[in-house]
Design a protein around this ligand. Structure first.
Ligand code: NAP
Length: 441
């Protein structure tokens, strides 16, 4: 099985941004997308709220984003649907519909969602025969026709504006009188002569003679028939990310994945970004921001995990992954005291970069260097094991980057493997013996 640092699932703006950052960080990464690169924006005619680009088609922005990531070396496989993601110790196993699998330390889920259906009679029957969820894809089939868009959000208004190029008459059917679309979109669309709002109205049925010919709506308690040749439904969408997981993944009542501020889900090393994540705004700008944060955190998570596995080689990988996920990354400038002799022993530190000096104080007050610790080594275990105050001071000699895990996480790690507990005790014993020798000498 191929093993990578990162798999990105979904090739919309969020996935492509994650891919760009991962490629630039030299992470071994694969982006998979089950359709064409671009995601939802491929279904959007004009994008006019992406800073720095006044107006661009969805297709063009997708192309530019993809080319940008590919230029920096991102590997992409399109038409590769993911069947399931499962966790296996410290790895995430991504199973594809064709039966192949890939393992990675981290996965970024950028799969967006699918259009919400009205759920009325005729909708399914006439899908593709007048019922559509994408104006950009199907609008041109309706030149000179009477059309209806259903919904009152940005999508309904954006897509509605696009449809006015083809429609003779466009009805905007919305269940409330107030629209939630941005004011500028409302002004543009509703200001057109050929556009008529029908509110508050709910669609009850879609009917025709093989192709759509009418919708039945209920307004003020009365049922009316509105003759149209096409019905474009934009009433939101359902996030699909959670259905990819074999294990439970935290999500809200609408199915959006819940993350922390680093875009990490409750599964360490699994990130959710863009429209499949529980958040306020589903915008290209927020998707791009989510993805940036997720990659930067994933990069750190993977580095920390690799370090922790190196430092505790005998511990079960799942427990090390748990410890790494709980670790706090700390940076100390040269000369900073990281732990002080006599203070409470509350954490274990694993050195990632730099060197620290371990000193002990003689009864006469003089301080003596008894050890040095560098990358791949940990310190702070003596006090934690003995449940005693720190027996030495550790000071950064150079700039030091270290991962700190709390007492409870350290305990769980030791309890998970007798060999690990023995190894840590052995390190502590040797260090104590060494400091006694140094002090005696
Ligand atoms: P949305 O903002 O959630 O709007 C959905 C609309 O459909 C609402 O007006 C809602 O009515 C209506 N609706 C929901 N369920 C319905 C049902 N069962 N029957 C009838 N009507 C129903 O969804 P969206 O327009 O797809 O936008 C999704 C996100 O993408 C938003 O955050 C939006 O800002 C963003 N977006 C932005 C742009 C842009 O140009 N910046 C373009 C497209 C989308 P109520 O209002 O009564 O709830």
């Amino acid at each position: 099985m191929t093993h990578l640092d990162l798999v990105i699932i979904g090739g919309g703006p969020a996935g492509l941004t994650a891919g760009l950052y991962a490629a630039r960080a030299n992470m071994s990464t694969l982006l998979v997308e089950q359709k064409d690169l671009g995601g939802e924006i491929l279904n959007t005619e004009l994008i006019e709220d992406y800073p720095g680009i006044e107006s661009i088609t969805g297709a063009e922005l997708s192309k530019r984003m993809a080319e940008h990531a590919l230029k920096f070396g991102l590997k992409v496989e399109t038409y590769k649907p993911v069947k399931q993601i499962r966790v296996d110790e410290d790895r995430k196993i991504v199973e594809f519909a064709d039966g192949s699998t890939i393992s990675a330390y981290a996965v970024i889920v950028a799969v967006g969602g699918e259009p919400t259906k009205l759920g009325v009679t005729g909708e399914e029957q006439y899908h593709g025969r007048g019922v559509s969820y994408c104006a950009v894809c199907d609008g041109a089939f309706f030149k000179g026709s009477d059309l209806a868009v259903i919904g009152g959000g940005d999508s309904a208004f954006q897509e509605g504006l696009f449809l006015t190029r083809f429609a003779k008459k466009l009805y905007v059917v919305h269940r409330r009188t107030d629209f939630r679309a941005q004011g500028i979109l409302q002004d543009r669309l509703l200001g057109l002569d050929k556009v008529e709002a029908i509110t508050p109205a709910t669609v009850k049925e879609i009917g025709g003679d093989g192709d759509v010919k009418w919708i039945e709506i209920e307004r003020d308690g009365r049922t009316e028939r509105v003759n149209v040749d096409g019905v474009f439904v934009f009433i939101g969408f359902k996030p699909v990310g959670r259905y990819l997981f074999a294990d439970h993944i935290d999500h809200d009542k609408n199915g959006y994945l819940i993350t922390d501020q680093y875009m990490q889900t409750n599964i360490p090393g699994v990130y959710a970004v863009g429209d499949t994540r529980a958040q306020l705004a589903k915008q290209i700008t927020t998707a791009v921001g989510d993805a940036t944060t997720a990659v930067l955190h994933a990069e750190r998570y993977i580095e920390e995990l690799k370090h922790a596995e190196q430092e505790f080689p005998s511990a079960p990988k799942a427990k090390v992954a748990e410890a790494a996920a709980r670790a706090e990354l700390l940076v100390f400038s040269p000369g900073t005291v990281i732990v002080r002799e006599g203070e409470e022993s509350d954490r274990l530190y694993m050195v990632i970069k730099g060197e620290a000096e371990v000193t002990q104080r003689h009864p006469d007050g003089a301080e003596e260097v008894v050890n040095r610790v560098g990358p791949g080594e940990y310190f702070g275990e003596i006090g934690l094991l003995a449940d005693a105050p720190r027996n030495a001071t550790v000071r950064a000699r150079t700039s030091v980057e270290a991962m700190a895990i709390d007492r409870a996480t350290f305990r769980r790690l030791l309890e998970s493997s007798q060999t690990t507990a023995d190894e840590v005790r052995q390190v502590a014993k040797e260090r104590k013996a060494r400091s006694l020798r140094e002090r005696a000498g």
